[in-house]
Design a protein around this ligand. Structure first.
Ligand code: OXD
Ligand code: MN
Length: 610
């Protein structure tokens, strides 16, 4: 093995605590080489990855990668939050003792990088100078070059972030070892994969995957699980799986910022990157800040501030096209250095394609390979309908490539948050938008967020798969304490944000058509929310929140059936009463849920009975 100290010295890595950590894990994982990387190495690493056939060219300045076919998604069952204190055990965090997990992972990682290069990735999950900077530094070790290429796009990567730390020891230790992917028993009782965050030691140990959702540790484990734990342990901030966007009213000059959580497949990335509908484009400018993570804290002026700790977007490709998300399409145009993963790829033309990219797949099948690398022309009749791309195929691009990225997206002060929204995919019951002005009721609404089970096997008809605040896969401490922490942080705000629940997916009970056009028109609901917050409209009170009066929604340029609009703006009380029963059992799982949350639940239930 290389002389670790000589390598770190020549890379300018001066932080002695980081050096100790690299030495420690290099001894365990036994790589053949060690290399410290920064974003400046990206072009060289791309060339090396192309030469090694780890990635393929996908047009000018675009790249294609394929992960092992059993390694294509985050694995929630194999993901664990460990600590040294059993009272950290919650419902969703899959808690295990730290000692047991560290021993297990050390065993699995021992010698497991033999013959490979260990890349040292010093990163920052914040804009430098952020008030949360001390929670943002990390060093990921990985034996996978493609993971480095992704981290270069998703985080700020440079040794200086670690050299310049005020407390040289305050960085997240994030170790990623790919393992022998073909022999890990993915999804079987012998599954050897472990994705562990040892939250009270700020150490992340992920073994057995090279897919982004398990392997980009800055994003998935640090940005959410570790940061949520740090935010609670310090009583200082919240880290949530939220998008963040800005709206400027060009007429009044006012700017608004809205953050929000949506369970997967509920349109979070499309909303984050939205543009105004054409008819409102002259008046409103919509800016993108982030599509997946927001850290939130209270500023000295008593306002809630938010920032996206990421540097890029790891977006779901499926159904992304010029109609659903034109800004995403521009962000992966030639020259952006975007990387596509597990989409379909044409080995002759270097084109990529995924379901929903165009209405029909390319007509000329010559050269097309599906996400597993199999020729489309070799498919037999039974395979003819199989998707070309994996449903969880992705594009990875930097924030700066998104055409409507906010000019101040890198401002370390973050942006003041005016609204927090929650939204699931719900075919009935949930109106287009209902605003909530009471803090406990807003937090209660977030805790009961859910999306419909997509098919019968996943759940009872009409019952949601609850995903509190869209953090179910990232919960790192008990839900009761999580709720109390939310109440405490937002409770400190002198000017608290308004809450709202949105639903773009309500359908007609008879013929199933979507009642609301969705996509860019969703801005209309958010504009109403901001007007309500400003006291410009009053809305219509209901037991579950304030709904827009019909004439308060800006419908300029939108042709919508009057009957559909009525349904979008009313409450189905009987259906809501049924929902309250499901909510009660959901919340009852959580130990120590604050009385304010139960009181909010009882208030809503009582109002529905009136
Ligand atoms: C996720 C992601 O898996 O953002 O949630 O990639
Ligand atoms: Mn996510």
């Amino acid at each position: 093995m290389a002389d670790v100290d000589a390598v770190l010295e020549s890379a300018g890595l001066k932080n002695e605590k980081v050096r100790e950590y690299v030495r420690h894990w290099a001894e365990i994982t036994s790589p053949a080489n060690i290399e410290v990387v920064s974003v400046a190495d990206d072009d060289r690493l791309i060339e090396e990855a192309l030469d090694a056939n780890e990635i393929e060219p996908a047009g000018e300045g675009l790249y294609y990668s394929r992960s092992y076919y059993k390694d294509t998604a985050r694995s929630e069952e194999r993901t664990i939050v460990a600590t040294n204190n059993e009272s950290d055990k919650g419902v969703y965090n899959n808690w295990h003792p730290a000692g047991e997990m560290k021993a297990k992972l050390t065993g699995l990682m021992r010698g497991a990088s033999a013959g490979k290069t260990m890349y040292v990735i010093p990163y920052l999950m914040a804009a430098p100078g952020s008030p949360l900077e001390k929670y943002a530094a990390g060093v990921q070790l990985t034996d996978n070059r493609s993971v480095v290429l992704h981290m270069n796009r998703m985080a700020r990567v440079h040794v200086d972030y670690l050299n310049n730390l005020e407390d040289q020891d305050s960085f997240v230790r994030a170790v990623h070892v790919t393992g022998d992917l073909e022999n890990l028993g993915q999804g079987t009782p012998e599954d050897k994969r472990y994705f562990v965050t040892v939250a009270d030691e700020r150490t992340i140990l992920h073994f057995g995957s090279s897919y982004g959702g398990n392997a980009l540790l800055g994003k998935i484990a640090h940005g959410l699980r570790q940061a949520a734990y740090d935010g609670w342990a310090s009583r200082g901030f919240l880290a949530e799986q939220f998008m963040l966007l800005g709206i400027t009213d060009k007429r009044t000059g006012k700017r608004y910022h809205i953050a929000g959580g949506f369970p997967s497949a509920s349109g979070k990335t499309n909303l984050a990157m939205t543009l105004p509908p054409d008819a409102l484009g002259d008046r409103y400018h919509v800016e993108f800040y982030g599509d997946d993570i927001t850290w939130l804290w209270v500023g000295e002026d008593g306002r809630l501030y938010g920032m996206n700790p990421e540097f890029g977007v790891f977006g779901v490709a499926k159904d992304t096209n010029e109609g659903t998300n034109p800004t995403a399409i521009e962000s992966i145009a030639p020259g952006t250095k975007a990387i596509f993963t597990n989409v379909a790829y044409n080995e002759k033309t270097r084109a990529v394609w995924w379901e929903g990219r165009t209405k029909n797949p390319p007509a000329d099948l010559d050269g097309w390979l599906d996400w597993k690398g199999n020729r489309i022309t070799d498919r037999d009749a039974a395979q003819a309908g199989d998707p070309w791309a994996h449903p969880n195929s992705r594009f990875t691009t930097t924030l700066a490539n998104v055409p409507n990225v906010a000019a101040d997206y890198g401002d370390p002060r973050g942006v003041p948050i005016d609204g927090i929204i929650f939204g699931g995919r719900t075919r009935d019951r949930e109106p287009l938008i209902r605003a909530i002005t009471d803090l406990a009721e807003g937090v209660y609404d977030g805790l009961t967020l859910g999306a419909e089970a997509t098919f019968a096997a996943e759940g009872v008809d009409g019952q949601l798969r609850y995903d509190p605040m869209s953090m179910r896969p990232f919960m790192s401490y008990p839900e009761g304490k999580y709720a109390a922490h939310w109440l405490a942080i937002i409770g400190q705000c002198a000017e608290p944000p308004i809450f709202a629940h949105v639903n773009w997916f309500q359908r007609d009970a008879e013929d199933g058509h979507f009642l609301w056009p969705g996509y860019r028109d969703n801005l209309r609901a958010l504009l109403w929310l901001m007007r309500l917050h400003e006291g410009e409209v009053t809305g219509v009170p209901t037991p579950v929140g304030i709904l827009p009066a019909k004439d308060e929604l800006n419908l300029d340029g939108l042709a919508i059936d009057a009957g559909d609009l009525d349904k979008l703006l009313t409450i189905d009380t009987a259906r809501w009463r049924q929902e309250m029963g499901f909510r009660e059992s959901h919340l009852a799982q959580f130990d120590g849920l604050p009385e304010e949350i139960w009181a909010a639940h009882r208030r809503v239930a009582a109002a529905l009975e009136e």
